[in-house]
Ligand binder design. Structure first.
Ligand code: PHE
Length: 349
């Protein structure tokens, strides 16, 4: 007879699991717990059970009865709650917001810079990050032992030196792409925008050992400083806004002659250096430093296999992080946050 109790229990669980509404539950209750119901049916059969097993049979039936009542109560509660919920669904509430991924601010800046230059016919390239000493220095008019090399503090790779190209370095600037591009194109015009990672062993609030530079290079017949200034002005106005000005300040690089530092007018004081007789807190006397530029040195043209009697050119090389932070007026204390991967910072862009 135990088998009959087990089967009933099993059938009940199965039927209960198919019940989806409060109205259905009443019929299953009557079916099992009612006076003419299945459980009472089994109680009535107690006199068919051998006398010595009647006690345990009765106990098992009582356990079954209690269990069935409890499961029905639980189901009732569960159904009542879900019907309640359905009744109060407010379909006008805004949906759940999903987190959106986005590109890193520096990736966005790189894309913007390259599209600004691509619009005026520059070709985007990138050259090796692990580079020969030759392209980083010798080809840029900095022969072995030249003190100007110290300006580009450099990571050297522990690898055998090449007779022609020297040691292996992590490229300290994108200028190493200049003569590589001259060898690639061979005959000017050359209009290159080289955006790549650069490496120098510095680690402080305004330096990270890996950073990005973008290098412009333009070589053709009759290229002069006015073309450099015109291109810089175009970039400054596209990237920073029409009201911004640029200026060239004399400087020195081995690979350009003449050489300049490029400044742009400050967005806060508009180049005046002061606001209401107070010194501007953002700039030095109205201008912010963007980076280096100049007319390509004849020795660099020679190293790139280009006739320096026939062709001239200009070049500039600026840090993406710096240029980007100046655009956003980001007054951040530590630029390394750009590489921290901190989502609270990144999701603001
Ligand atoms: N390579 C120089 C630097 O890293 C910048 C530069 C590029 C200057 C091209 C002049 C011309 O500082």
């Amino acid at each position: 007879m135990d088998e009959a109790i087990k089967k009933l229990h099993h059938d009940f669980i199965d039927q209960l699991s198919h019940i989806k509404s409060l109205s259905q539950i009443e019929s299953i209750r009557i079916d099992y717990l009612g006076r003419q119901g299945k459980i009472n049916g089994l109680f009535k059969k107690i006199n068919e059970v051998p006398v010595n097993q009647r006690k345990i049979y009765g106990q098992n039936l009582n356990v079954l009865k209690k269990d069935v009542s409890r499961l029905i109560e639980d189901k009732l509660k569960e159904l009542a709650e879900s019907e309640e919920k359905e009744r109060y669904v407010d379909t006008t509430l805004p949906g759940k917001k999903y987190q959106k991924g986005s590109l890193h601010p520096l990736t966005l800046a790189i894309e913007e810079v390259s599209s600004i230059f691509e619009k005026i016919g520059f070709i985007r390239v990138s050259y090796p990050e692990v580079e020969w000493e030759h392209f980083s220095f010798e080809a840029l008019n900095m022969p072995k032992g030249h003190p100007a090399r110290d300006d580009f503090e450099t990571f050297f790779i522990d690898q055998a030196e090449d007779d022609k190209y020297g040691k292996v370095v992590l490229s300290p600037h994108t200028s190493s792409g200049q003569t590589r591009e001259m060898h690639r194109v061979k005959t000017p015009p050359i209009k290159m925008i080289n955006i790549a990672k650069c490496y120098r062993p510095n680690w402080d609030v305004s330096h990270a050992p890996m950073f990005f530079q973008f290098e412009g290079l333009c070589i053709d017949k009759g290229i002069n400083i006015t073309h450099l200034k015109g291109t810089i002005d175009y970039f400054v106005k596209e990237f920073y806004g029409q009201e911004r000005q640029s200026r060239l300040r004399p400087f020195h690089f081995q690979f350009t002659e003449p050489s300049f530092e490029v400044d742009i007018s400050c967005s806060l004081c508009h180049g005046k250096g002061e606001i209401k007789k107070q010194k501007c807190r953002m700039c030095k006397s109205g201008w912010l430093e963007l980076g280096g530029a100049g007319m390509v040195h004849p020795n660099v043209l020679k190293a790139g296999g280009i006739d320096h009697q026939e062709y001239t050119g200009w070049a500039f090389g600026w840090g993406v992080e710096r240029v980007f932070m100046m655009k956003e007026n980001l007054n951040i204390e530590d630029m390394r946050i750009l590489y921290s991967g901190d989502i609270r910072f990144l999701e603001q862009f």
